[in-house]
Design a protein around this ligand. Structure first.
Ligand code: UGA
Length: 430
């Protein structure tokens, strides 16, 4: 019944699990959340949130009495009928999703009925069917996750859609999941498990395709003199195309697009189908990250001995997540060319330090730009637009700014004495 309280179990308190647990608690449901990492559970019990996600720590604090953190699966099984599986499914070396953590969860569930596993982790089509072959009495619902890092609370509370996939025998569990999400108002797509699994992979692959497409348009714009931001605006106003995910830049990153595009390509390949378009989407993204090095060389000549400042390291703003961040490829490439790389990120620097050996990381953008031959804007943190660029210009050895996210005002920078080079905007700042 809508409005009633359902004890919710969450297995795996990484980013998805913690957001899910906290938001269900905010909706009034008691939640038991399990993780196998004891230190993580202890820190969460003390109210310490190690992830940078806007609003999450406060929301958890507000709902602390409704969320119990535990390392005991028995405690979760005793308390909750619906178990949301939120464990990681990282890519293996071969590109397939690594389902070992999902399997470990399933193994710990009782064979007899009574519980329902609600899969939030991104898994290839066929995973749900395989789990139910092993545990025929376990109700199983595929309820894929569409949260974006940096706006996860808002995305949870205002979903575009809620996908609920269930096969015969799991209808009651699917109804219970629907009831949990009902107050949020997103359109419910009730479907079978295989389709729900595919909706998730296809959605991420399509978004990645949109970005790679606009990045290729940007690369052509650089040759024809068009401005890709104008082109994207003109395209995006067509309702059939839509304006979102048409921002050209130095490529997509994060824990999902790379993993899911490769997983879908592999999944297709395993069935004997060569997903040509997706292969290109992935290749374009890899090349896009490297184009910045070519831009720098065009302006500066050989990069050996040059001091290059990266502004932003996280894969996108409002997160400290460094997974698959463009900065990692870029820094390594620049170091490979013999450049001295210095970087500043207002939030991700601590996480980035171990991943970027040899990269100097001062405490401010101004210090990073001191004596630099070029600045590359890698992550569009809002505070970079507020910097006093005219003053910063004086600190730099060469006032060259490569705007990897088309984020800054190129014409204003040009007026302040910079050479400005965005992505797909040959005439801006020229
Ligand atoms: C993505 C999806 O957007 C979510 O719906 C999904 O739930 C999530 O993956 C997941 O599978 O867990 P996320 O990886 O958090 O979310 O970040 P996005 O906001 O989608 O950005 C991904 C990358 O694309 C970033 O590097 C961003 O800078 C880049 N991007 C995004 C562009 O280059 N251009 C754009 O127009 C939009």
């Amino acid at each position: 019944m809508e409005g009633s309280r359902e004890q919710v179990g969450v297995v795996g308190v990484g980013w998805v699990g913690l957001v899910t647990a906290t938001c269900f608690a905010e909706l009034g449901h008691p939640v038991v959340a399990l993780d196998i990492v004891e230190e993580k559970v202890e820190a969460l019990r003390r109210g310490e949130v190690a992830i940078h996600e806007p609003g999450l720590a406060d929301l958890l604090r507000r709902n602390a009495e409704r969320v119990t953190f535990t390392t005991s699966m028995d405690e979760v099984l005793d308390a909750a009928r619906l178990l949301f599986c939120c464990v990681d499914t990282p890519p293996t070396y071969s590109g397939d999703a690594d389902l070992s953590r999902v399997r470990a969860v399933v193994e710990r569930l009782p064979d007899h009925g009574g519980h329902a596993l609600v899969m939030k982790s991104t898994v290839p089509s066929g995973t749900g069917a395989a789990i139910r072959r092993d545990k025929p009495d376990l109700a199983y619902v595929s309820c894929p996750e569409f949260l974006k890092e940096g706006s996860a609370i808002k995305d949870f509370m205002h979903p575009d859609r809620v996908v609920v996939g269930a096969d015969a025998g799991s209808e009651n569990a699917a109804d219970a999941v629907e009831r949990l999400y009902a107050p949020l108002g997103g359109e419910v797509v009730r479907t079978d498990v295989a389709s729900a699994e595919m909706i998730k992979l296809a959605s991420n692959a399509f978004l990645a395709t949109k970005i790679s497409f606009i990045n290729e348009i940007a690369n052509v714009c650089e040759q024809t003199g068009a401005d890709v931001t104008e082109v994207a605006r003109g395209m995006g106003l067509d309702e059939r195309i839509g304006a979102s995910f048409l921002k050209a830049g130095i490529g997509w990153g994060g824990s999902c697009f790379g993993k899911d595009t490769i997983a879908l390509k592999k999944l297709a390949g395993n069935t004997g189908y060569h997903f040509q378009l997706l292969s290109a989407v992935i290749d374009v993204n890899e090349l896009q990250k490297r184009r910045v090095v070519a831009k720098l060389t065009n302006h500066l000549g050989p990069l050996a001995g040059r001091r290059i400042a990266l502004l932003g390291l996280a894969f996108k703003p409002d997160t400290d997540d460094m997974r698959d961040a463009a900065s990692l490829v870029l820094a390594a490439r620049l170091q490979g060319e013999g450049a001295q790389v210095v970087a500043f990120d207002p939030v991700a620097a601590d996480r980035a330090r171990d991943l970027l050996p040899g990269v100097e990381m001062p405490a401010s953008a101004a210090e990073a730009l001191e004596g630099a031959d070029a600045a590359v804007l890698v992550t569009e943190w809002p505070e970079f637009a507020e910097l006093d660029w005219a003053e910063l210009r004086e600190r730099m050895a060469t006032p060259l700014l490569i705007d990897g996210r088309n984020f800054l005002d190129g014409n204003a920078l040009r007026a302040a004495g910079f050479t400005y080079d965005g992505i797909g905007r040959a005439k801006v700042g020229a």
